[in-house]
Design a protein around this ligand. Structure first.
Ligand code: SF4
Length: 251
């Protein structure tokens, strides 16, 4: 059984547009897995990990209405047949496994991916990952793309937890990988340059994305971030789903 995020009593498996990165704008089916091994301060999918009685701080803690999530009410366990039935509701060949951190459940994902590809070899499978877990060879072979979002200091995750040398080396040398950095301020550039130099990541595989869950904040950061992208020949990526739908789940 896989642990899937639960939204209004249903698994968070939905059809929308890829909102970020290399395939922005492409119609895709999203499968949102629960659980994460990090605890980013600004995480916008904190319902996958920020459980009651844990000590993680989150930027929403200052909101009077914000509460940590009840784990038992935030996860639904589905078997492969149930997940495939959800996926097959939609006429689309692009699948995005996201989270949380989907590779936490990679052992259980492997039979699902095998079944999906057997049923429809045309499925194009993307993973959104924080780049801390090395995919098993069998899973790597079934995946078509890894969107690797390494976390910077502003995530407030400890360095040794967010940047794992062996995992970054793996993704840097993997032709299916691209790298997406969430950028909060121009000061983040030095950290990004240091990482991509250390791991020999090509600039044209790097996507810089403004941090924020409100359109006006994204647009403010867009102004200086686009200039950084032009200067260093990085790709700029918006957060299309935020611009279209706002900070909503399941769209
Ligand atoms: S790695 Fe992703 S899902 Fe996990 S806490 Fe950070 S932003 Fe959230």
């Amino acid at each position: 059984m896989l642990q899937i995020a639960l939204l209004n009593g249903k698994p968070e498996i939905f059809y929308s547009l890829q909102g970020e990165g290399k395939n922005i704008g492409k119609p895709s089916i999203f499968i949102r897995l629960s659980l994460c091994n990090l605890y980013c301060f600004w995480c916008d999918t904190d319902y996958t990990w920020n459980w009651e009685h844990t000590s993680y701080s989150h930027q929403n803690d200052k909101e009077p209405s914000y509460q940590k999530f009840k784990k038992s009410e935030s996860i639904i366990q589905l078997n492969n047949e149930q997940i495939i039935a959800e996926v097959q509701k939609y006429n689309c060949n692009r699948l995005i496994f996201t989270g949380g951190e989907p590779l936490i459940q990679q052992k259980k994902l492997l039979p699902l991916l095998n079944q999906l590809k057997k049923q429809n070899p045309q499925y194009y499978i993307e993973f959104e990952t924080n780049g801390t877990i090395i995919p098993e060879p069998e899973l790597e072979a079934l995946a078509d793309q890894f969107n690797v979002s390494l976390k910077l200091a502003h995530s407030k995750v400890l360095l040794q937890e967010r940047l794992k040398t062996q995992a970054i080396d793996f993704f840097a040398q993997n032709a299916k990988s691209n790298f997406k950095f969430v950028v909060d301020s121009p000061k983040d550039l030095d950290e990004i340059l240091e990482i991509i130099q250390k791991y020999a990541i090509f600039h044209d595989k790097v996507y810089l994305m403004p941090q924020g869950t409100k359109s006006h904040i994204l647009q403010e950061k867009q102004q200086w971030l686009i200039e950084i992208c032009k200067q260093y020949q990085f790709n700029y990526t918006d957060r299309l789903h935020i611009l279209i739908y706002g900070n909503k789940r399941g769209v």
